[in-house]
Ligand binder design. Sequence first.
Ligand code: URA
Length: 231
Amino acid sequence: MLKKNSSIKLIKYYNFINYNLIYNNKSINRYKKDNYGLSEDKTKNLESLKKSIINLKNCNLKKTAKNVVFCDGNPKSRIMLIGEAPGANEDEEGLPFVGRAGILLDKMLASISLDRKKVYISNIVNYRPPENRRPTDEEIKRYLPFITKHIEIINPKILVLLGSTAMNALIGKDIVISKMRGKWIEKKFGNCKTFVLITFHPAFLMRQPAQKKLSWIDLKMIRDKKSKLNI
Ligand code: URA
């Protein structure tokens, strides 16, 4: 017989290793789709935007990519995060930030009591560039109207741009992330007026872990703004 203390420890351990995920033989659905009680209008607008992206012609990325990567998270959230482009795992699953950078992103969110059910996530480009190269200027230009429309539909109060590709695409070409990160910028995207924060991309932080201390400053800024805006 296990003593009470050992049983508690064992339960804690099973929760820690996410016992259900490991031993449950049902298929894994980590990012279970949820409608979040979304209005008909927003649902239609998002579906129609996704269709326009899927129907887009003259895009080389589509020749090599397996799936469109449109979004993850809560479309009702007032916090939207935008990365660069899908990688191999994202292409496989059709969801943004599910690879190693995604794991770090989840940890970053958790550090300020957020998770994917509380934010909305997308990318500048919706198809994986071959060999995970950066999207070219031409590719970014092609997808820019879509991500701008995406922001307008989601209408976030806080927009977090992860890395320089998202920053250069949406804020300006001649700026550098080392100077721009960690500052709130008010910006309009169509009818959406939002507070933008530029911060480091999680993939960059994996290569340059020393920069995590600056990233933590940015995360705390998001946490404070969220509370100030009553989100
Ligand atoms: N990097 C990104 O910028 N986006 C993803 O979805 C995954 C990795």
